[in-house]
Design a protein around this ligand. Structure first.
Ligand code: HEM
Length: 308
């Protein structure tokens, strides 16, 4: 896997379609454009008001939450999204004002020759981030809840860490620095991502491969993180395995090389934030799993949230 990710020439990046994200998005960018255009602007999403005293279907509920986080209106409405963002972009171009948000950052980015992104690139990248951040985070958070409900010892320790932090933060919002200090939380996030296989595979093209010339190559990410040569008893949710770093190249759920997930730190941060606010009150679910395209709880995962 690591070999494929490091071989941009041998296994060029090529997904079957870019209809949804748009031809001018970072995801569709050919290698040279990708390298020169995209510095990675820092992104951080945080919601404080995610407490409810209600029974919910976790997966669909999280989808709504992640919609909000990335300001999604409807995934079917790419055209409408593009129109809206384009109109906003035009309005902004007429005004000399700094908004300090993603659109602003994308409008300012320059390569070493001072070239900026085109309007299409700005808009397609905003739409891509919305699409990229939608299902992935919803699925990861859903599985995190499920694992915590099944491992009450882990949930208990997570609550202890959370309580200790909350004591020092009365009335204040949690910051990204606080999240990095939550060592136990970080293990929960890594183990969830490893076991949940949110992004099961990526596409590469074997153009220069002698044996498989012209074939599309699916690099099956799930394989690395569930291989017993990389992780002992790999299907077991075990936080202790994160007491030391994973073997290089064994855990590549965010991809690797030049096309590594642009939001891999944001994703970790978002999961940690959701768990920080919601690691209370989950009930033991009887989880049945469906596997295509990604593993998901068949019933959407029924949970009850309660205020601590
Ligand atoms: C658990 C969460 C996530 C997982 C497991 C994940 C996984 C991945 C993987 C495997 C790739 C590489 C695709 C390839 O090499 O062909 C990727 C790329 C990407 N992801 Fe994520 N992702 C997650 C969350 C997000 C979020 C929240 C966003 C946006 C807000 C996002 C935006 C992107 C973008 C823009 C790319 C393309 C990067 C490039 O081509 O340079 N992802 N992601």
């Amino acid at each position: 896997m690591a070999f494929i990710f490091q071989s941009d020439d041998g296994f060029p990046y090529r997904w079957p379609t870019n209809d949804l994200v748009g031809p001018k998005s970072i995801i569709s960018a050919p290698p040279r454009e990708h390298a020169s255009h995209y510095h990675r602007p820092p992104l951080l999403g945080c919601r404080e008001d995610v407490t409810a005293l209600d029974e919910v279907r976790q997966f669909s509920w999280f989808k709504r939450q992640t919609f909000d986080v990335v300001r999604m209106m409807d995934v079917q409405c790419r055209k409408k999204l593009v129109e809206n963002f384009r109109a906003k972009l035009e309005r902004r171009k007429r005004k000399q004002h700094k908004w300090c948000d993603l659109m602003d950052e994308l409008m300012q980015i320059e390569d070493e020759n001072g070239n900026k992104l085109s309007d299409d690139e700005v808009v397609d990248n905003i739409v891509s981030l919305i699409i990229g951040g939608f299902e992935s985070i919803s699925t990861a958070c859903t599985w995190a809840f499920s694992y915590l409900a099944l491992h009450s010892d882990v949930l208990r320790k997570l609550r202890e860490e959370r309580r200790a932090l909350s004591k020092s933060k009365i009335g204040e919002l949690i910051t990204s620095e606080d999240v990095t200090k939550m060592k136990y939380m970080s293990k929960v996030v890594e183990e969830t991502l490893r076991l949940a296989n949110v992004s099961a595979f990526v596409f590469r093209s074997g153009d220069q491969d002698v044996e498989y010339q012209g074939w599309k190559v699916i690099a099956w990410l799930r394989y690395g993180s569930t291989d017993s040569r990389n992780f002992e008893d790999p299907l077991c949710f075990n936080l202790d395995r994160w007491n030391k770093p994973a073997k290089p190249g064994s855990f590549q759920d965010f991809g690797g090389g030049s096309r590594i997930c642009a939001a891999n730190m944001l994703a970790r941060m978002q999961i940690a934030l959701f768990l920080h606010h919601l690691c209370v009150g989950t009930e033991n679910p009887d989880v049945k799993t469906t596997y295509l395209p990604n593993p998901k709880p068949a019933d959407g995962l029924k949970i009850v949230l309660s205020r601590m």
